[in-house]
Design a protein around this ligand. Sequence first.
Ligand SMILES: [Zn+2]
Length: 412
Amino acid sequence: MSESTPLSARARLAVTAGKAAAAVSRAAGRGSGSVIGGRVALKFDPELLSRLAGHLDVVLISATNGKTTTTRLVAEALRAGGEVVSNALGANMPAGITSALSAGANARFAALEVDEKYLIAVAQDVNPKAIALLNLSRDQLDRAAETRMMAEHWREGLQGTKATVIANADDPLIVWAASSCPNVVWVAAGQAWKDDAWSCPSCGGVLQRPDDTTWRCAECGFGRPTPTWVLTGDSVLDPHGSTWPIHLQLPGRANKANATSAAAVAATFGIAPQVALQRMQSVAAVAGRYDVVQYEGRDIRLLLAKNPAGWLETFSLIDPPPAPVILGVNARGADGTDTSWLWDVDYTRLTGHPIAVIGDRRLDLAVRLEVAGQNFQVFDTAAEAIRNSPPGRIEAIANYTAFQDLRRVVGN
Ligand SMILES: [Zn+2]
C-alpha cells in the first residue's frame, strides 16, 4: 500500500464541486445524488478517478449477475484488514465510482462494482490489485451476441494486466476473457444458466459437457481450467485443501457462489478465508435486495432478478409451495425494452405456487405463464397483488425498475 498523497488543488476543487452538486440533487429530492456529484467532479478533473484511487488497494468486481452482492461481501471481508470504501448502492459507472471514492481519503481498500461496459476503462484508471469476473449472460434476447463481444472486449483490455484476476472457471465466456491474463485465480463457482455458453468462445465449435462440472471444446481443446477455489455444497475448499463452512443470511446457491469468489478475492488481500467468511455472515440485505419487509400483515421478501439467469437462480431459492409468489416485469430503459427473454425462463419450477403478476408488462408475462400452464392472476398494482395473498411470507421477484417500484410501494 502506498502512502496517502494529498490531492492536487484541481482534484480538491473537483471533489468539492461534486459534493455540492450531490447536495443540491439530494435537496431536490433526486435520491442520494452520488451519480450527479461524480459527473460534475469528473468534468472538473477527468483524471480524478486515478487520483482518488492512488493510495488505495483496489478490487474491481464485474458480472451480469451478482456483482452488487459480491461487492458487498468483499467489502465486509476486507474490513478485517482496514477501512474500506465501496459503491455499496450499486452506482457502478465512472461517475458513481468517482463519487464513492471521493469519500475514501482515509480508506485502505476500495471494493468497487463496475458495469461490464466500463470495466476496462475503469481498470486503466484505478490500477486495481485484483479484478473479479463472475459470469456473463445476456440481459435481453436482443443482446445475445453482446455477451460474446463483451468477453472479447474484456480479453483484449485485460491482456497483460498486472492485477490478479479472480475468475469463474465454470463460465466459458469468463474463462475466455480471463485466459489472456498472466495471473489468474480460478474459482469453481458454478453456472446454473448455460444457454449463453454452448458454443466455444475460441473457435465457435460446440462445447461438450460430459457432466455438470466440466466443459471442453471438441474442436480446439479450449476447456475448463483447474480451479483452486471450489464451492462444494455449503463449504469453500481453499487452495491449501482446507474446507470452510459458509454461513450466510443471504439465501440461495448463487450467493454461496458469490461468497466463494469473495473469499478468493479477500485472500489476495491477505485476509484468511475463515475470517472473510465469518464477516460475510453479517450481510443481511444488499441495497434492499433480500430484505423482508412487513406490509399489510404480510412478510414480503424482495428479490431482484434482471434476466433469465437471475430468474432461474431466484426460483431455486424461494420457499416451497404453497408460498405465494409475486412476479413484476417492466421494460423501461434500464430493464431493456424487449421482453422476449421471458420466454427463455423455465416456469415449471413455480408449479404449486399461487402467482400474482404485476408491472408495466404484466400481460406479456401472463401470456407466457398461460403457455407454461401456471396458476396465476394479473393485478394492476402491487398493493392489490399483496392484499390478495394470504397473510404470511410472500416471495416477490421483479426486474430492475419493477423492483424499484415495488420497494416504493412497500416503503423500503
Ligand atoms: Zn473451440
